[in-house]
Design a protein around this ligand. Sequence first.
Ligand code: EPU
Length: 431
Amino acid sequence: MDVVQIIGGNPLWGTVNVSGAKNACLPIFAATLLTEETCVIENVPNLSDVRFMAQILEHLGAEVAETVPGTWEITAKNITHKAPYNLVRQMRASVCLMGPLLGRLRQAIVSLPGGCIIGQRPIDLHLKGFSKLGTSVNINNGYVYLDGIGGMKGSDIFLGGRHGSTVTGTANLIMAAVLTPGTTRIDSAACEPEIEDLCQMLLLMGAKIEGLGTHYLTIHGVEKLNGCRYSVCGDRIEAGTFIIAGLLGKNDITVKGTEVRHMRSLLHKLEEANADITIIDSQTVRARGSLDRLKPLEIITLPFPGFPTDLQAQMTTLMALTPGISIVTERIYPNRFMHVPELLRMGANISIEGASAIINGVNHLSGAPVMASDLRASAALVLAGLIAQGETWIQRIYHLDRGYENIDNKLRSLGAVINRMADKDMPAHVA
Ligand code: EPU
């Protein structure tokens, strides 16, 4: 396993280009199963999660090739409908294969993915939706068995749950409904930009979907979909992570390649905190070191267009260095605070009360060996390491590679001192 060493305090300066969005790319790859024709997907980030998804598609029978870096051709001519545990358990997002398999083959057997460190992640809403479309749903031996061979039919589906809408659940239902006869209306649909991106691709494939970017989608089933060429949207969470990095120390980072309209809640909060942010154009934001002028914030994570849970950990690092008391409340994953004990090891002053982190800003963090627990927690620790005094060693860094393309090189090109090595090569005093 790899470990990352960061020597904190170097100013970061320059422009960074954001990669394609992981959370758009995964359902988009799954959607290629909806047609036997070839789909060419561009702006695909080079991430371990994307490679897992490619492997699962191949296992299902699709021909999958990265023809040039970032461009993948997928042809799902003859496919089977069973996604086994040994593949699905490696990546939760593989549950979004259920929808396209049902749509195309009228049946799916997909392993339940199992536990997740960021909290309980049930799929009851996905299954409720599938049964509304006329599919039988059974769970047996750790697998979900979906059978719609008897006849699926469009229906009205309310997809809201305790924590609001479901992103992958919405993707799943859309992908099943586009090839289901009749009209499906999804109320309380997730309207995250990644869902809109999936819908844009499905429209190019010949699907009939109305209400894009809203909580109310209407889908008129069609008989067949065609292949397409589609470019994945920029990653708003990667962009947000670099914008937050720009606010640390004496940094000055211009972040390019994500729609500013996808980041309104973050930019609004940063404006409220008096951060030095300039919107240069619809896809470019400049962020400059602001710790000496930042004000504390109260943040609540919510479904889009609210503040994204996937930026909560990174914001916690920023608030840990913001004078005054900030409060961050998680409404999506109430226990998603695994980064906090690690930030405490670096000198942060944070206490957890229920689903909230109460952050008392300190004037510096100090480098320490820390452990990454999930993707966004890793990003929060990288940010902390970049500004901390001394050396930070982050173990289990493979989490970061699931969602940030080439992050070491991107940070290094901005001036960061960041080195990756095998954990066996870590010096004894930090191992
Ligand atoms: N929920 C239910 N029942 C369901 C589905 C969800 O109660 O059937 C609950 C979940 O437990 C959670 C909330 O609803 O409390 C939202 O879950 P959602 O289904 O929207 O999450 P997801 O689709 O599994 C995606 C992203 C996550 C991101 C969440 C929330 C992908 C592949 N994953 O997960 O991304 O945190 O939406 O925005 O799109 C990440 O990239 O680090 C990541 C975890």
